[in-house]
Design a protein around this ligand. Structure first.
Ligand SMILES: NC(=O)c1ccc[n+]([C@@H]2O[C@H](COP(=O)([O-])OP(=O)(O)OC[C@H]3O[C@@H](n4cnc5c(N)ncnc54)[C@H](O)[C@@H]3O)[C@@H](O)[C@H]2O)c1
Length: 257
């Protein structure tokens, strides 16, 4: 049990990667706040964790809303105590070129994927400072480093997450707060299921994407959860400001013929 006695907040934990992270952290002994804008899903994940004998509590949060984030942090402290671990996972995808992106859609993507990291960290860090340290893990993306056409808002947001990760690592190293990013490739979640469905032949696209990965498969939320566990635990006590790819080798390869 690598996280016995630790308190963790996982945003966007109502489904997909966030749910996988919450499950891994909880089974390693953390008390997990399952935070999501979708309250029904957050409650279902927290209930299934507590039914399995782990410690978890749901809370509704909109990570792009300052008052809502403050309430999430207050809830965490009153329920479990000061958070030792913050996983900024909540995100939305907006996949369009700048010409096809309305200001509203741009702001929606940036406000959740980037401003959400800023706000959650802003309200958790002072408690970690007073508590003697902590670990923040930001879920960025392979899109933070390499890009495909017509994904402007998502690319800008995820690139920003990696830059913000490095910058926060510099600001808070003196407080023993480590800040790192995980960059997932294709992970099978409701988000990517939606992308596959939109292609018109979900099974075909899923198969083709899996075949293009060096490891020949899609990732799972648990794959990402295990990387977060490493960065959240003392196993990574000398690691800060870094990005860890969990992408089945996707970014290691040039185009193959
Ligand atoms: N699935 C992938 O292949 C993949 C790859 C790289 C990066 N990511 C990143 O991983 C994270 C999770 O992705 P996923 O595939 O699980 O997505 P998902 O859409 O399946 O789940 C996202 C969760 O975030 C929640 N959420 C959305 N807006 C929110 C808000 N304003 N406040 C709080 N919660 C909010 C949703 O309700 C949902 O439960 C995202 O940041 C995404 O960009 C995913």
């Amino acid at each position: 049990m690598k996280l016995a006695g630790k308190v963790a907040i996982v945003t966007g934990a109502g489904q997909g990667i966030g749910e996988g992270i919450a499950r891994v952290l909880a089974r390693e002994g953390a008390k997990v706040v399952v935070a999501d804008i979708n309250e029904v899903n957050a409650r279902a994940v927290a209930e299934s964790l507590t039914a399995a004998g782990f410690q978890a509590a749901p809370v509704r949060v909109d990570v792009s809303n300052e008052a809502s984030v403050q309430q999430m942090v207050e809830f965490t402290i009153s329920k479990f105590g000061v958070p030792d671990i913050l996983v900024n996972n909540a995100g939305v995808g907006v996949y369009t070129s700048i010409l096809d992106t309305s200001l509203e859609d741009w702001n929606r993507c940036l406000s959740v994927d980037l401003t959400g990291v800023f706000l959650c960290s802003k309200y958790v860090v002072p408690h970690m400072q007073a508590h003697g340290g902590g670990s923040i893990v930001n879920i960025a993306s392979v899109h933070s480093y390499q890009n495909v056409p017509a994904t402007a808002p998502y690319a800008a947001a995820k690139g920003g997450v990696v830059a913000l990760t490095r910058e926060m690592a510099l600001d808070f190293g003196k407080d023993k707060i480590r800040v790192n990013a995980v960059c997932p490739g294709w992970i099978y979640t409701p988000l990517t299921q939606g992308i596959f469905a939109a292609s018109g032949d979900a099974e075909k696209m899923k198969r083709e994407v899996a075949e293009r990965q060096v490891l020949g498969r899609l990732g799972t939320p648990e794959d990402v959860g295990l990387a977060v566990l490493y960065l959240a635990s003392d196993d990574s006590s000398f690691v800060t400001g870094s990005s860890l790819f969990v992408d089945g080798g996707l970014t290691a390869q040039l185009e193959t013929w």
